[in-house]
Design a protein. Structure first.
Length: 195
């Protein structure tokens, strides 16, 4: 258990907002920018989704009051995507609207392929209204090059990652060397054509 806790500390800044803000400040002192996240996904009930929304709204206030330049990232399934798409949209819109009023950026994380299309649809909808929202694209998905070209077309702020969900071979690149090569190809497109 101690090994897992030590490994997790590389990615988890703390159990409270105060601990996370302190960790972010230490990173900023070293010239490293941070993204803050309230851990969670695959929420199936509105009560849990509403608690997640409240946690993000509180986190945004903490970031602002601490004078931090951190931004936030969130997963749509934590905000109710598996409950109802419109409900999720309204939840995420509240978070992005608050972040916008505070001058904070929000990144929508990408999840497994059962959610990819709906995640992009909601992102495009939110992006029409807000400039302070970006999206994550996973390099190991076969569809990602087209998605990046489409996102570049609207000057979307894209974070590229390799991808970590178990996906069928029809939808995702499987060999790590091929994933790395595609990551570099997509990164090159983003640097040439993206924001």
């Amino acid at each position: 258990m101690r090994l897992i806790t030590r490994l997790a500390r590389s990615f988890v800044a703390g159990d409270t907002n105060a601990e996370a803000i302190q960790a972010v400040a230490r990173l900023r002192d070293r010239g490293i920018m941070s993204t803050m996240d309230v851990l969670g996904e695959s929420v199936k009930d509105r009560n849990t989704a509403e608690k997640a929304v409240s946690a993000y709204l509180e986190l945004l206030d903490v970031i602002k009051s601490a004078g931090s330049d951190a931004h936030i990232s969130l997963k749509l399934t934590q905000q109710g995507l598996d409950i109802d798409t419109e409900y999720c949209y309204q939840n995420v819109r509240r978070i992005i609207q608050r972040a916008n009023s505070l001058g904070t950026f929000v990144r929508i994380d990408m999840e497994g392929t059962p959610h990819t299309e709906r995640t992009l649809e909601l992102f495009y909808r939110l992006r029409r209204e807000f400039d302070n929202v970006g999206i994550v694209i996973q390099a190991y998905l076969s569809r990602s090059e087209k998605d990046i070209h489409d996102l570049n077309g609207i000057k979307a702020k894209v974070r590229l990652c390799k991808g970590a969900y178990k996906e069928p071979k029809e939808l995702a690149i499987k060999k790590i060397k091929d994933i790395r090569a595609n990551f570099m190809k997509l990164a090159d497109i983003l640097f040439r054509e993206g924001v």
